[in-house]
Structure formats: structure tokens, C-alpha cells
Design a binder for this molecule. Sequence first.
Ligand SMILES: Cc1ncc(COP(=O)(O)O)c(C=O)c1O
Length: 387
Amino acid sequence: METATSLQQIQSSYIREILSAASDENVISLAGGLPDQATFPTHLMAPTLKKLADMPEVFQYEQTAGYAPLLRFLSDEFSLPENHEALVCTGSQQGLDLLARAYINPGDPIVMESPSYLGAMQVFGLVQANILTVSQTEGGPDLAELEQHFAASAPKLFYAVPDFHNPTGVCWSAKTRKKVAALCIQYQVTLVEDAPYRDLRFSGETLPYVSQYCPDLAIVLRSFSKTVSPGMRLGVVTGKADFIQPMIKVKQGADLHTSVPMQALLLGLLQHEDFPDHLTQMRQLYRSRYQILSAQLQTQLPEGCTLNTVDGGMFVWLKLPECDPFKLATQLLTQGVAVVPSPVFYPPGSTEIKPALRLNFTNSTPEELTKAVSCLAETLSQYPGRK
Ligand SMILES: Cc1ncc(COP(=O)(O)O)c(C=O)c1O
């Protein structure tokens, strides 16, 4: 049977290939976006897990928006305005999918940062959006380019990851946050603020959500994959009720609702008095790993490679001298180190691809990080594609 035209336009995911190679135990993987499984707070889940056996109601069908006690807790936690609501999703990835299917017709212009999160490009590609890109600076999107797109194309939405971007680790400055929100209001473009890494800040001050400056023109996606467990598949979408209701309709058709026992388990965990300590410990661990990776890269890498500092998240973006990052990543894999080359983070046909590698620092030990950088430095210094 022939696949749908929309699917034929989606490239087979290189990342999937590299991740499957990276699961080999002899490979040091800086490729995935995986939290360290030693951080999963299963000990804080234990009391709720026990209680679940006496809670038959959570094994019943539930309303599509989510488990009511969790929705109440989250509304409170996020201080949602009266006219806003929350929708619990099977990971924030599902939130993106629902949003795209609820709002995008083939050919509708949307704006994304470039480079951008691969999963979002796939979702917007599947609904055949016309993807316009805005380049990234160290403080966030290039504002002049963004305004040009808003003025010339009247895009339906601007999808962005303002806190510790995937893949670059960039965190938008306070000024850029206000300015982007002001542009969204001026041109009536809906902001989609994807914030799975926001709670992984390990230095500097927390900055306001961009959506705080344009609350009625924004949809916010949050995830518990990075701070709790990706396997639980729990995320939440919030925004004006008018924005969320169409997504609920799509979710009804997709899966009726997200697993209720998992939602009850998450609620018990979030209410556990030691949950804040769990977050603190996780941030400390990731800070120490980032510091090791960054220090090793600064000392070992050949001239021409540059690295921005990050204040949180899971990734650093290593800019390379002119070379073919695919070839380099393939060669590194043969040496036992997996990384993701920059071209996969640009929409198909992009002409502005810069050579770089995305390196994850959350799921490798200090020894592995050090060894991986030595291998990278060695390979880069001999790399034939290097000018
Ligand atoms: C920017 C971004 N958004 C969304 C997701 C999806 O996360 P999940 O579906 O696990 O909540 C990821 C996962 O890596 C991501 O990096």
C-alpha cells in the first residue's frame, strides 16, 4: 500500500540510526537527549505506587484533558489565568502533534528557529506546513529576520524553545523575550513556547516565560521527561481554553486520554516533600558533567572549533571549521563515540547549514566524557574533510 504523500516528504530519521548504533555498550553516546537513569526518582514514587493498588478509579477511562486531581495541581502550580486550561499529553511530543493537527493546513506558513528541534520539524512536516526559518543568535532569534517573516508571511505560529534550546543550548535573553512577545502581539502570531529543559537550569537566574508577556497569544508545552522520566511519557500543554479545546478534540480521536495510573503516579511524586531536593540534585549532577565536558573541549580541541557556554539543559553545540559533519559523525562512530551532526537539525532544503555537532552531557560519566573528547580531538585533528 502506498504511504500518504505527507509521509513521503519526511526523511528517514538519521537520528534513529545513530541512536540505535549508540545503544551498543561499547559506544560512548553523546548523541541522545537522555537523562541519566540513576536520577529517576523511583524511591519518591514508591509510596504512590503502593497506594495505586487501592485506587481502582485510576484504572478506569478518564476525561480527555487528564486526571482531574493532576489538572487541578498543575493549574495551581503554573498559576494559570481563569480563561486558561491544561491538557495532559503522552509526552510533550504529543502536544506538538495535536497542535499541528488542530491548527495547520497544508501550505500554512509557520516560523521555527534554525537549527531547530528535529521532532518539531517532523510534526510540522507531516501536516505539510510551509516552514520558514529564523536564524539564532547567542541571545535568541534574530529579531529583524523574525519581524520580516511576521510582516511578509503572516505565519500562523512561531515555534520556539527559549530555554536551553535543543540542539544549541541557547537561552534567550530577557530583552529578546519581551521583544518576541511584543512582535507576536503586534502581528497577531501565536507563540508556541516549548519548555522541556526550563527546569534544568544549573546556573544564572531564571528568566520569565516568553508567554508571560503574551499569555493570551501563546501555547506552552511542558514535559516531565527530562526532570522525572521519559518512559512515563507525560507532558502538559497550557493556554487559553479556546486554544486548548480543539487540541482536546484531536486527542479524543488519537488516544482518548493519557494513561491515568501514570498521571496519578506523577501527581504523588510532584506532591512529595522531597521532590524539590530531587531537582536540586539533578541540576548539580548535570552542572558538574557540563563543566567536565566544557573544560575538556576547551583544552583538547583544535583551533577553529568554538563552544558557547550554557546555563542549563542537556546539550552543547560545538561549532566546527568548514567540514562535512555527517562524515565526521560517521567516522567518530567507528571510533566508538556517537554524536549528532548539525544538518539533521535544519529543515530539508536549508541553505544555511553550519558545520557543528550536538553533544549531550547528561548521560555519560566524567570518564566517558573525557574519553569522548579525546577521541573527538584526535579525529578532528586528522580529519581529511577539514580545510
Ligand atoms: C525541544 C523538545 N521538545 C519536545 C520534546 C519531546 O519531549 P517528550 O515528548 O519526551 O516530553 C523534546 C525531546 O527531546 C525536545 O527536545
